[in-house]
Design a protein around this ligand. Sequence first.
Ligand SMILES: *Cc1c(COP(=O)(O)O)cnc(C)c1O
Length: 334
Amino acid sequence: MNNHEANNRDRQIEDDPSNQEHQQPGYPPMAASAMDGVAVAALRSVLQHVHQAAERSGRSSDRIRVVAVSKTKPVSLVRQVYDAGHRSFGENYVQEIVEKAPQLPEDIEWHFIGNLQSNKVKPLLTGVPNLAMVETVDDQKVNSDPNMIYYKFLLCVSQIANNLNRMVENIGRKPLRVFVQVNTSGEESKFGVHPSGCLELVKHVSMACPNLEFCGLMTIGMPDYTSTPENFKVVFLLIYISFGSVVLSCSLLVNIFLWFLILLKFLTPSVCWYQTLASCRSEVCEALGIAEEQCELSMGMSGDFELAVELGSTNVRIGSTIFGAREYPKKQLN
Ligand SMILES: *Cc1c(COP(=O)(O)O)cnc(C)c1O
């Protein structure tokens, strides 16, 4: 193709009005403008990277949703990103989303991505009529709930799913789309259903909760894996033993083995959690007889969203890369 043709083609792409309507989800990236604020520029860059990661894995990025996680950030900043054409936003404190949503346009698709307690289901659903998705349905049983014993004895699979289901019906809103949250990284996180219980919970949601629409699986994995205090201690101990054994002139093999353990500890990447989620999906799709495209994967945050997309994510939740680092108030919300 010569230069002239290439220019022409670029012009056609710019002129095509259908390109402007297509800003969600993900691609084509929104046209940059000189007036962009920092958050909008950062969003464009994220969309671009999502697109490239999707291409690397041979997928199309137009099925990949970027949820801009605006927790702790002011409404005015959310508004800027909205005005640039973005529509999916995520919050993880009920109190915060209930305050923000009414101040922002109704065509925002809000994703609730935080831990949801039973007594917050009603305020969430009534306070955010344009809630598009709850990503955090799990099998957690809340100890303080007076019905705890009742739930235990009936072996109820998910109190939160049942509450959401009932509340959707009570307030007469349209069915609520949900993800089942899976704890892919072991005991360290207390939220999410264990991978072995995932199928049972998905079956419960899709068969016993007619007002919920099962859309896929979500995981947090373990951000900052090596910087958690326990891991830091383990690594420190290994280094200490390793030097000790040099002093005691132990064999080289012992040392190589210890350093291998240290590296393993450091290098365990998000890959593990994300592959676990993908295999949960295979199990679910096979059991329910649905195509994998009908079961989304919500995985990937600021630190690792490109990797997550390469591993099959259809929904990345990005906060600090778009809105900047968060400052938490002294007293936690919610
Ligand atoms: C805050 C949050 C995010 C976004 O995290 P960043 O690292 O800032 O992108 C994603 N998912 C969940 C569940 C969160 O709570």
